[in-house]
Design a protein around this ligand. Structure first.
Ligand SMILES: Nc1nc2c(ncn2[C@@H]2O[C@H](COP(=O)(O)OP(=O)(O)O)[C@@H](O)[C@H]2O)c(=O)[nH]1
Ligand SMILES: [Mg+2]
Length: 311
């Protein structure tokens, strides 16, 4: 693994692909190895999320073009939380980004989570860390839909772009999934279609109603037609603006501490669960004593924690 990472950092694309597969599989040594990676933390880490069909992949493809014009190297992680195997949706995504397939400054990869502790969110963070170390300037994480897993995945990025389009109930769907509140930038795509103005209005009122967690950043609404590239330079500008704000305000640092907290909590809980499974017979007999009323649940917990710290 270590030599894989070294080769990847040195520019070996196949080694990079293999390293990302190892991340997906989630080996226990992974975290240690990742900790040794040169981490510039300079990459622009963008999450693109939103309901299926609104144009996330088309927008991502258009973003690649914009950043390539600036001479930046771009990596895309197309993340599918629902399926352990690469699904049809991701196949379509790849086709929509195919014009970039032969560009050496572009790396596109589908990702799922097969065994990673902490699930897709940590797998995505680990992959982003590797891509950053390899020297990509922009890392775009595209998710397939809206749901809790998407919320987890967007927690792994610095700037969250929520894409919506004219159509039945998209905004409502995103609101229900809890994604509306965590977006930094709203894209109303398919501006060439009727109804885009309505979505902008709907968004304005939804944003206005919700109390914004971070008052010093006012989420931007950008209107695009991803298929023609119209509005894409506005989106790039909005992303830069958010990035600059996040760095200057300390929000970027704050998010990375929040991320570490979440990962740590999850790792601790996973580790305790593993230990309980290892000591199943002791756990069973404690449970029996709680059931008979011999000891309270609270006392049993204390004993378990004491045993864990002694083991
Ligand atoms: N009319 C129109 N169609 C678009 C636009 N952007 C994407 N599409 C089309 O919408 C469909 C779904 O796009 P895709 O990028 O795969 O959506 P995703 O599921 O959110 O990734 C495709 O047929 C795109 O060509 C747009 O700005 N205008
Ligand atoms: Mg897509």
């Amino acid at each position: 693994m270590h030599s894989l990472l070294e080769a990847a950092v040195a520019g070996d694309v196949r080694a990079l692909g293999k390293a990302l597969s190892v991340i997906e599989d989630g080996t226990p040594e992974l975290n240690e190895l990742l900790a040794g990676l040169p981490n510039s933390g300079n990459a622009l880490l963008i999450g693109v999320t939103g309901p299926p069909g609104v144009g996330k992949s088309t927008t991502t493809g258009a973003l690649i073009s914009e950043y390539r014009k600036q001479g930046l190297r771009v990596a895309v992680l197309a993340v599918d939380p629902s399926s352990p195997v690469t699904g049809g949706a991701l196949l379509g995504d790849r086709i929509r980004m195919q014009e970039h397939a032969l560009d050496e400054g572009v790396f596109i990869r589908s990702m799922s989570s097969r065994g990673q502790l902490g699930g897709l969110s940590s797998a995505t963070q680990a992959a982003a860390k590797v891509l950053d170390a390899v020297g990509f300037d922009v890392i775009i994480v595209e998710t397939v839909g809206v749901g809790q897993s998407e919320v987890d995945v967007v927690n792994a990025v610095d700037t969250v772009v929520l894409v919506l389009a004219p159509g039945a109930g998209d905004g409502v769907q995103a609101a229900k999934a809890g994604i509306l509140e965590i977006a930094d930038i709203y894209v109303v795509n398919k501006a060439d279609r009727d109804g885009a103005e309505g979505v902008v209005r709907e968004l304005r009122s939804m944003i206005g109603l919700g109390s914004q967690a971070n008052a010093s950043w006012t989420p931007e609404i950008v209107t695009t037609t991803a298929t023609t590239g119209q509005g894409l330079s506005d989106l790039v500008a909005a992303i830069s603006k958010h990035h600059d704000w996040a760095v200057a305000s300390g929000d970027r640092a704050l998010r990375s501490v929040e991320r570490a907290k979440l990962n740590l909590r999850r790792a601790v809980l996973d580790s305790v669960a593993d230990q309980l499974n290892l000591n199943a017979s002791a756990f069973d007999s404690l449970s029996a004593r709680v059931a008979s009323g011999e000891i309270s649940t609270e006392l049993a917990v204390e004993q378990i924690l004491r045993d864990l710290s002694n083991s």
